[in-house]
Design a protein around this ligand. Structure first.
Ligand code: GDP
Length: 440
C-alpha cells in the first residue's frame, strides 16, 4: 500500500533529519521533494501545492528552525497535513432508521458487490445487526448470482427478483422485505457501468429518491488514480453521497485517490478494501493511514485485527494445552489459520513500524505459510500431537510428501520446539524470567 509514496516521502524527510543544521534552504528543498512525491502518487497539482504551502506556513509559524528537533517537527507537520488531507477524524456510517438503509453506488468493477458483502459481514459481526443484502443489478444476472454466493458464504440473507427489470421497484421491495422479516439493516447493491452515463445516473438517482437511504456510499477503485476523483465528483453531483469506500488498496496503488478525494468532494473516506476476501475491510482512520504512509506503522489497527480474531474459549483451551505440554502441530496449524484471517501478510507487516522499509523488495505473499502447512499436512495425527516420535525416516517421508527438504522439516521442528519453550515460560509466572532474558 502506497509503497512508492512512502519511500519518496521518507527520502525527502530523511535528508532533512540527517542535516546537522537545518536552514530555510533545506526546508524548501524538502518541501519541493514532498510535493514531487505527492505528484508522483497521482495527487492533483493544486492539492499538492496547497499541501506544501500549508506545511511551510506552519513551519514558519512554529519557528521550526529554532526548535529543539527541527527534523522531527517537520515530520510531524507533514503527518498532520496528510491526516487533514485525508479527512481529519474518522467518520462512521449512519445507521439510523428501522431498518437503516445503505445504498451502494459506483462504476462497474469498482468492488461494490464485494464491499456490500464485506460491510454486511462487518455489521453482522457487531451482533446487534441483522443485515439483508438487496441485488439491484438488473442488467447482469451474474451480479445477482455473485451476491447470492456471498450471502450463502456469509450466512446473510439476500433479496433479489431476477425477472424484474425495474431496479427502483426491486430496491423498494427489498426494503419492505427487510421490514417484514426483522432485518435492521438493508444494503442495496446497484448496477454500475464502465463509465459515467446518463441512464445509470438517472437510475441510481431514482433509487436514491425512492428508498431515502440513511447512508449513501460511493465505492471507487483506488487503482484508477485521478479518474477515481473525477468519477467521485460526477456521482456526488447526483447523489450528494455521505461517504467514500476506497477499494483495492492492497494493490500497487499510487495513493493519489486516497489523498485527493476528500478535498475534491469534501466527503469522508469511511472504509477501505484491502483484498478480495470478506475479511479484508478496514474502517478508515486518516491519522493511522498517515502514520502508515510515513512508515510509522499502525500498531493500533494490528492489535484490533488480532482482537477481532480472538476467541476467549479457544484461548483458554490453548492455554491449558500449553501448560500440560500438549501444544501440538494441529494447534500450530490452527494459529496459522487465525493469522491468515487477519489479512494478507504484506498488509499486516506494513502495520509494524519500520517493517515495510526493512522488508522492501522481499516478496511476501499469502503463500508465506504454504511450506509450513504442507509439512504439517504430511504428518500423521500421532506425529502432530507428539512430534518427539519424528525420527529420520519419518522426517524423510514428510519432506517427500510435502515437496520440501529434510532441512526445512528440521527447521520447522526447531522453531516449533523453541516456540513451545517460550510459551511455557510466558505461562508459568515466567513473564519475569522472559523479561530478564530480553534484558528488561
Ligand atoms: P462491482 O462490479 O462494483 O460489483 O465489483 P465487484 O465487487 O464484482 O469487484 C470487481 C473485482 O474486484 C472482483 O474481482 C473483486 O474480487 C475485486 N475486488 C473488490 N474489492 C477488492 C479489494 O479490496 N482488493 C482486491 N485486490 N480486489 C478487490
Amino acid at each position: 500500500m502506497f509503497d512508492n509514496l512512502s519511500e519518496k516521502l521518507d527520502g525527502a524527510l530523511h535528508k532533512l533529519k540527517g542535516h546537522g543544521q537545518i536552514t530555510e534552504i533545506n526546508i524548501a528543498e524538502t518541501l519541493k521533494e514532498v510535493r514531487r512525491a505527492l505528484l508522483d502518487a497521482d495527487v492533483n497539482y493544486k492539492i499538492a501545492k496547497e499541501f506544501t504551502n500549508n506545511v511551510k506556513e506552519k513551519a514558519l509559524g512554529q519557528d521550526v528552525l529554532n526548535s529543539l528537533k527541527p527534523g522531527q517537527l517537520m515530520v510531524k507537520l507533514v503527518k498532520d497535513e496528510l491526516t487533514q488531507l485525508m479527512g481529519g477524524d474518522a467518520v462512521g456510517i449512519n445507521l439510523s432508521g428501522t431498518p437503516s438503509v445503505i445504498l451502494m453506488s459506483g462504476l462497474q468493477g469498482s468492488g461494490k458487490t464485494t464491499f456490500s458483502g464485506k460491510l454486511a459481514n462487518f455489521l453482522k459481526n457487531k451482533k446487534t445487526k441483522n443485515p439483508l443484502l438487496v441485488a439491484c443489478d438488473v442488467y447482469r444476472p451474474a451480479a445477482i448470482d455473485q451476491l447470492h454466493v456471498l450471502g450463502e458464504q456469509l450466512n446473510i440473507d439476500v433479496y433479489s427478483d431476477k425477472g424484474n427489470s425495474d431496479a427502483v421497484a426491486i430496491a423498494k421491495a427489498g426494503v419492505a422485505h427487510a421490514k417484514a422479516n426483522g432485518h435492521n439493516v438493508v444494503i442495496v447493491d446497484t448496477a454500475g457501468r464502465l463509465g459515467i452515463d446518463e441512464q445509470m445516473m438517472n437510475e441510481i438517482g431514482n433509487i436514491h429518491a425512492a428508498i431515502a437511504p440513511s447512508e449513501t456510499l460511493f465505492v471507487v477503485d483506488s487503482m484508477t488514480g485521478q479518474d477515481a476523483v473525477n468519477t467521485a465528483k460526477a456521482f456526488n453531483d447526483v447523489l450528494d453521497f455521505d461517504g467514500v469506500i476506497l477499494t483495492k488498496l492492497d494493490g500497487d496503488t499510487r495513493g493519489g485517490a486516497a489523498l485527493s478525494i476528500k478535498s475534491v468532494v469534501d466527503k469522508p473516506i469511511k472504509f477501505i478494501g484491502t483484498g478480495e476476501k470478506m475479511e479484508a475491510i478496514d474502517v478508515f482512520y486518516p491519522e493511522r493511514m498517515a502514520d502508515r504512509i510515513l512508515g510509522m506503522g499502525d500498531v493500533v489497527s494490528l492489535v484490533e485485527r488480532a482482537q477481532e480474531q480472538f476467541d476467549e474459549e479457544e484461548a483458554r483451551k490453548l492455554q491449558k494445552k500449553i501448560a500440560k505440554n500438549k501444544f501440538g502441530f494441529d494447534d500450530f496449524l490452527n494459529q496459522i489459520q487465525q493469522i491468515k484471517k487477519m489479512g494478507n501478510m504484506k498488509d499486516l507487516l506494513g502495520m509494524i513500524p519500520g517493517a515495510s522499509k526493512a522488508l522492501k523488495g522481499i516478496d511476501i505473499d499469502d503463500d508465506a505459510f504454504k511450506g509450513i502447512e504442507a509439512i504439517i499436512h504430511s504428518m500423521t495425527p500421532e506425529e502432530r500431537s507428539n512430534p518427539s516420535v519424528l525420527n529420520a525416516s519419518r522426517k524423510k517421508r514428510i519432506a517427500k510428501g510435502s515437496g520440501t527438504t529434510i532441512q526445512q522439516v528440521n527447521q520447522l521442528l526447531k522453531q516449533f520446539d523453541q516456540m513451545g519453550k517460550m510459551m511455557k515460560m510466558m505461562q508459568g509466572g515466567g513473564g519475569k524470567k522472559m523479561m530478564q532474558m530480553m534484558g528488561g
